[in-house]
Design a protein around this ligand. Structure first.
Ligand code: URA
Length: 234
């Protein structure tokens, strides 16, 4: 896992040493990838980034009996004490992959809508987070770490539900601006991404990025006012 040398980015990791993850990322970046392929890519990244994350967890050795003799094994209790916070919409497919790895995870759902530039005001309409225990690792899944404003709000919320062992953000891409914002407010929060991109554009999109992850995964939202009016049939 790529460690970043900058002291201010302590606890920020790039998983760019995995050709498999980078190949999935390439598919996600490609504008020709349709929604089905995009969702599948996010599910795969959730799953395989989850496996990578386990490498950073603590485990204990234990003695077990095979049918033939005694031997040593391990148990990773951290893997069983996980809360996944899913930031709607784009993190939903990532969560699907993550629960394959952290099958006992408790799940929190947060909806956060980012307003337009230059304020990027965050509105959080729906927050359901389970009780967080001190032995828990909280994984906040959000594919795009752009301005960092949404994640700062989500971390503040998470902290109201308990004081976990670790808070980890799992994303696909991050912009340096987003990492700086999160790290300046929460230096202990860890950030794991597949790749760190160059910068944000004026609309808060990551460059080169992959576009709007929610729209690409689920299709462009349609304004109700543009739909033909439905009339009830008597
Ligand atoms: N959210 C996205 O979906 N894409 C970006 O580039 C930035 C934020």
């Amino acid at each position: 896992m790529g460690v970043i040398e900058d002291e201010r980015w302590k606890g920020v990791y790039r998983m760019d040493d995995s050709p498999y993850l980078l190949e999935i990322l390439t598919e996600l970046r490609n504008r020709e990838t349709d929604s089905i392929g995009f969702r599948k890519g996010l599910v795969k990244l959730g799953r395989f980034m989850g496996y990578e994350l386990i490498k950073t967890m603590e485990y204990e050795k234990l003695k077990i009996e095979t049918p033939l003799e005694e031997t040593e094994g391990i148990v990773c209790r951290d893997r069983q004490n996980v809360v996944i916070i899913t930031v709607l919409r784009a993190a939903v497919p990532m969560m699907e992959g993550l629960v394959k790895v952290f099958e006992k995870a408790r799940i929190g759902i947060v909806s956060a809508v980012r307003g337009k530039a230059p304020d990027f005001k965050i509105d959080m309409h729906y927050i359901k987070i389970p009780q967080i225990k001190e032995e828990d690792t909280v994984i906040i899944a959000d594919p795009m770490i752009a301005t960092g404003s949404t994640l700062v709000e989500v971390i503040r919320e998470v902290r109201r539900y308990g004081d976990p062992k670790r808070i980890v953000i799992l994303g696909v891409l991050a912009a340096p601006e987003g990492i700086n914002r999160i790290k300046s407010e929460f230096p202990d929060v860890e950030i794991f991404v597949t790749e760190i991109d160059r910068e944000l554009n004026d609309d808060g999109y990551i460059l080169p990025g992959l576009g709007d992850a929610g729209d690409r995964a689920f299709g462009l939202p349609v304004k109700l006012s543009t739909l033909p009016q439905l009339r009830s049939i008597e």
